[in-house]
Write a protein that binds this ligand. Structure first.
Ligand SMILES: [Zn+2]
Ligand SMILES: [Zn+2]
Length: 309
């Protein structure tokens, strides 16, 4: 079948709507008729850092199962599903030690299913949701209740899982710990929501956009908001916390200057968790002396984690 799909032909270009040919799913795969797909910042970032082009974009989506391969038993046509763009192998040393987030054999389809100009098309994060039909490994389609609106379910595919997951599973925020979230966009708001679920103490949202900050406080659970255009956020955080700093900072923008700012907001023994996708060549520096004296920003992958999206 042929469908219109959003294809990025080469780095630095803008994506275009192109006609692609889609083959049937293999025996361990499913075809999902997409109902909704979010635009995540990573879709935009792919214009700079996609590993392989041309590539079909989109990775945050939900839809209705259209066709299942012969070996697929957990879902059937008509089921509503969220696309999971990181299907674990459950066999590698990381999966077997409970660190599926570090899986070294993330699963895609067994063979190319999308073609453009007669050549196999790369698929962003094995999902490719910017097409009316997605072909994914069976475990890439997670069944949900049919009364869940699909345009909201789509957000579970990346923004919610990335944000809430960073709080509950990566940083493991404990009740009463104070949290700063730098960047209150789609993922940042879900970090705020996750901090609320974790019963954090102060939840301080920092952004340049008052609309984001308003939403952070009124809908998602931030206890304080700081517009960094108007105030020095590190000084404000010190003031809010009585000079102590916070146990957790989440950097959700991907800018080295904000990562450095995050370190300056940490309390003794605090943890900076990097969630934002930085540019490929970006670097940031820090004062190693503080590792020893403050035990801040521990250089251990469990503590300083790039939660990839
Ligand atoms: Zn994403
Ligand atoms: Zn694995």
């Amino acid at each position: 079948m042929e469908y219109p799909a959003v294809v990025l032909e080469a780095l630095g270009q803008l994506p275009r709507l192109e006609t692609v040919t889609v083959h049937n799913p293999g025996p361990d795969e499913v075809a999902v008729r997409m109902a909704a797909s979010g635009i995540c910042h990573t879709d935009i970032g792919y214009m700079q850092y996609a590993r392989a082009c041309p590539v079909l974009l989109g990775h945050e989506g939900a839809g209705v199962v259209e066709q299942v391969g012969a070996n697929v038993t957990h879902i059937q046509p008509g089921d509503h599903v969220v696309i999971n763009w990181q299907v674990k192998c459950n066999r590698c040393r990381w999966c077997l030690s409970g660190r599926q987030d570090l899986c070294e054999n993330v699963q895609g389809t067994a063979a190319p299913r999308f073609f453009w100009r007669d050549e196999p098309l790369n698929i962003m994060l094995n999902a490719g949701t910017f097409c009316p039909v997605a072909i994914v490994p069976a475990m890439g389609a997670i069944p949900i209740r049919r009364d869940m609106p699909l345009e909201k379910a789509a957000l579970l595919g990346c923004a919610v899982a990335t944000g809430v997951g960073a709080v509950l599973y990566t940083a493991r925020v404990q009740p009463g710990e104070n949290v700063v979230v730098i960047g209150a966009g789609g993922v940042g708001l879900n970090i705020i929501q996750g901090a609320r679920l974790a019963n954090a103490g102060f939840i301080i949202a920092i952004d340049l956009n008052d609309e984001n900050l308003g939403r952070a406080a009124s809908v998602f659970g931030a206890t304080h908001t700081l517009n960094s255009r108007e105030t020095d956020p590190a000084a404000a955080v010190r003031e809010i916390t009585g000079g102590r700093g916070v146990e957790h900072v989440f950097e959700v923008v991907g800018l080295p200057v904000l990562m450095q700012q995050g370190i300056n907001m940490l309390a003794r023994g605090g943890t900076l968790t990097l969630v934002g996708a930085a540019e490929r060549e970006a670097q940031f520096s820090f004062h190693p002396r503080r590792f020893m004296s403050m035990q801040q920003w521990r250089a251990n992958s469990r503590r300083v984690v790039a939660h990839l999206c």
